[in-house]
Design a protein around this ligand. Sequence first.
Ligand code: NAD
Ligand code: SER
Length: 318
Amino acid sequence: MNKVLVIGSCGQIGTELIPELCRVFPDKEIFASDIKVIENNFFTGVPYVQLDVLDKASLRNFILNKKIDEVYLLAAILSATGEKNPELAWKLNMESLLSILDLGKEGVLKKIYWPSSIAVFGPNTPKIKTPQFTIMEPNTVYGISKLAGERWCAYYHEKFGVDVRSLRYPGLISYGSLPGGGTTDYAVDIFYQAKANLNYTCFLEENTSLPMMYMKDAVRATIELMKTDRKKLSVHSSYNLAGISFTPKDLFLEIKKHIPTFEIQYKADFRQQIADSWPDSIDDSYSVKEWFWKEEFTLEKMVKIMLENVDIKKMSNI
Ligand code: NAD
Ligand code: SER
């Protein structure tokens, strides 16, 4: 039986990925872990362990003792928070990945998943339908750490045969848990304000187009990539992944169809500069060709589901 450890389980992706891993792989034993101390384990049927991924000795002991052979490494500091604490973002994002890759090199871990991001691209990258292979030059600490991480993944694959897989996620939208400090978080925050019958002040300008994706698509993409025969995969850094591209104004207008009284104002902050350095849209033809990626969720479908499901009690400032 495969034993799988998810690191950074309590975040926006982990909370949705874990139930889906349990559903799709009933033959695998899944363990959830995070630095957070939680009073009640909300992962039904999945043991939870409080673990700091930077505590190399404890991480290693846990993986060896439980005979873990597959890891999903989700712990990271995202773009906006990273700019406020660059040293910690670099340390967490890099050291966690290298510890896990080293366990792959030793042969302890047979398969690793580590997400990258559209943040690997920078102001000199072609913005429309950004190709898989292109100018990168990220200018945030988060983007630099993700690009370095991609190069480490390719290096460990090539030099040591490590099976590590990765996707460059767009901004992810979900209602299960709040996002963790990214530039694309506006596209989640807006639903809570709309549902609470409040107006929204957006921290990006109205015409800032960014690649986005509904979480169910991102989770399905992750699992489909992990299920693909390794021999079919040619990209060992990280695959481009496209969903839906939209601006704050597009999103506002779509929400307004459901809540006609909803209003928005725009007050750009430091995150505007980050957003301006990222692509408008992504060319994911390698994902389409090699592991048959196809997104399902349109802007209209995503907005309807979000409005039906966001729970305003989760919002700290309401
Ligand atoms: P998140 O911030 O919501 O969750 C990260 C989790 O890591 C948190 O629960 C946090 O407690 C945990 N963590 C932090 N430090 C830790 C440590 N030292 N040890 C163990 N756990 C620790 O992030 P997310 O949105 O779930 O993102 C997961 C991954 O996907 C990250 O690598 C992120 O860069 C990537 N990604 C996310 C998005 C997005 O829009 N959410 C987009 C692109 C890439
Ligand atoms: N959603 C993420 C962020 O904004 C992209 O990696 O940081």
